[in-house]
Design a protein around this ligand. Structure first.
Ligand code: ATP
Length: 502
């Protein structure tokens, strides 16, 4: 009987039974036989559905992926070191005979570790493409179930599926990609409530140990995680995931390459300078950059442009950084305050580092009523005392500017104060404050006093600069109130026309 017919019959019988009960018939004599029928049907169909979850080959997320993926290493921007390390690790699949001759123990697992959206899945797919391997993927969370044994059986099924698909496709190798492997491979004994997690991890270890070089289908397990620190040491010991490849956020060159890859199918106006976009997007992952160009294309569509213009990209950067524009409409006085605040930040930012302002706006996005975006000129990982002090000055400049123009500060500086406090704290714990080198146990009151002192000094310094520029602040703010936003070039031209602040 087909599934549909069975469902129709079951539904009709159910409806008749309900009708009979409503009409007052006593059907209690049917309870025992009905229970028997249900039980027999469950036994015939294997485990109850409840336990099955999304079990089944498709359930482990591989239907479409199980062919050789089309992604190649050329589709991955940046990540030169990670790509090189992965390619080295793949040599044993690519040149298995030579590796065997040299007596090289086959590599069973590679762990890709790094922040979200940096291309770990892409790398695993490119690895499958490069080695001509079948690609089977699953996510750690798919293995973790409330019911004992289900996770472990899914692990077995995944390995079996990889071998079967490779044999069916007449391939000699398969790559099993397990995303979020920390969910399934966290340190054993952490989940005290039940042993299901531990059983699943034990099964994974057993399966990895069971991968034999003489088997006609060679298997490589590629795990991906954002939290390699959570992994059970047994997973990382040699013979299992003995290669850990770090896949970090891209640097400027990497971002530029990623932007070029994702701009291939997009009509960019000649004025668009992707190198500059890469410069302005410090801290963006590959996924952010892909999303940024997509948002820019959507902006172009909304603005009825035939090509993507720098303005479309600028809006998209802000959207990716700060979220969608909100439809809050502040009062005129509030908007003026926001404009004075942002112009204060911008003037000091430009004074601290000429060319630093990328854009200023008083359009609200998420919680921000306005903001300035700064360009990091180069990717930077270490900061000097002078640079931290400069950053604190930029933070406090908004509130100081409001005070100088309007006579009072507002609650708009909460985020700035938080940032300034964090920076001052960093100064203290890096031994750059007047306290010199301190331990992490420095008493709370001394820490508080030192932080306040650092911030107060910078407020005074900023007041000294801005108090002679109140007219300039007002003039630039009135332009900003008319335009809503301006880019760094416009701001610098306006500022230069008003005064030389350097
Ligand atoms: P997660 O840890 O969240 O699973 P991930 O590191 O596996 O993320 P991917 O799924 O590989 O990230 O990347 C998501 C998308 O971001 C890709 O489909 C691609 O569009 C883009 N992307 C990420 N990194 C790169 C890169 N290095 N080059 C080109 N595109 C990238």
């Amino acid at each position: 009987m087909g599934k549909l017919t069975r469902e129709i019959v079951a539904g009709s019988v159910g409806a008749l039974l309900v009708l009979a009960v409503l009409l007052g018939f006593d059907l209690s004599f049917l309870i025992l036989p009905a229970s028997l029928v249900v039980l027999l049907s469950l036994i015939r169909n294997g485990r109850p559905n409840l336990l099955q979850g999304d079990l089944g080959l498709g359930g482990l997320g591989s239907n479409d992926d199980s062919k050789i993926p089309l992604v190649t290493f050329e589709d991955i921007g940046g990540q030169d070191v990670a790509k090189r390390e992965l390619l080295e690790a793949l040599a044993f699949l690519k040149e298995s005979d030579r590796s065997a001759q040299l007596g090289i123990r086959p590599l069973k697992g590679v762990l890709l570790a790094g922040p979200p959206g940096t291309g770990k899945t892409l790398m695993a797919k490119a690895a499958a493409n490069y080695t001509g391997s079948v690609f089977v993927s699953a996510s750690g969370s798919q293995f973790v179930q409330m019911y004992a044994g289900v996770g472990a059986s899914r692990v077995r099924q995944l390995f079996k599926q990889a071998r079967t698909l490779a044999e069916q496709g007449e391939k000699t190798s398969a790559i099993i990609f397990i995303d979020e492997i920390d969910v399934l491979g966290a340190k054993r004994g952490k989940n005290h409530s039940h042993m299901e997690y531990d059983q699943t991890l034990n099964e994974l270890l057993t399966q990895i140990d069971g991968v034999k070089s003489e088997h006609p289908v060679k298997i490589l397990v590629v795990g991906a995680t954002n939290r390699s620190d959570l992994l059970d040491p047994a997973l990382l010991r040699p013979g299992r995931f003995d290669r850990v490849v770090q896949v970090d956020l891209p640097d400027k060159k990497g971002r530029w390459q990623i932007l070029k890859i994702h701009a291939k199918n997009k009509p960019l106006a000649p004025e668009v300078n992707l190198e500059q976009v890469a410069e302005e997007t410090y801290g963006f992952s590959g996924a952010h950059l892909e999303n940024l160009l997509n948002e820019a294309a959507i902006n172009a569509l909304r603005n009825n442009h035939k090509q993507i213009y720098p303005g479309d990209i600028r809006d998209a950067i802000e959207k990716v950084m700060l979220g969608e524009k909100s439809n809050r409409s502040p009062q005129k006085e509030e908007l003026e305050r926001v404009a004075y605040h942002e112009v204060g930040h911008a003037i000091i930012s430009e004074r601290v580092r000429p060319g630093a302002v990328a854009s200023i706006t008083i359009t609200s996005r998420n919680n921000a009523l306005g903001y300035i975006r700064q360009n990091p000129q180069v990717d930077q990982y270490l900061y000097t005392k002078e640079q931290i002090i400069g950053a604190i000055q930029v933070c406090v400049a908004g509130a100081v500017s409001e005070e100088l123009v309007l006579g009072q500060r507002s609650t708009g500086a909460v985020g700035d104060i938080e940032q300034a406090t964090d920076l001052a704290k960093r100064m203290v714990f890096s031994g750059l404050s007047p306290l010199g080198i301190v331990s992490s146990e420095v008493p709370g009151n001394i820490l508080h006093e030192t932080i306040s002192q650092i911030i107060k000094e910078q407020e005074l310094a900023v007041k000294g600069v801005l108090s002679s520029l109140v007219g300039v602040i007002k003039e630039i703010a009135s332009y900003l109130l008319r335009q809503e936003s301006m880019d760094g070039e416009e701001f610098r031209a306006l500022l230069a026309a008003c005064v030389d602040v350097s």
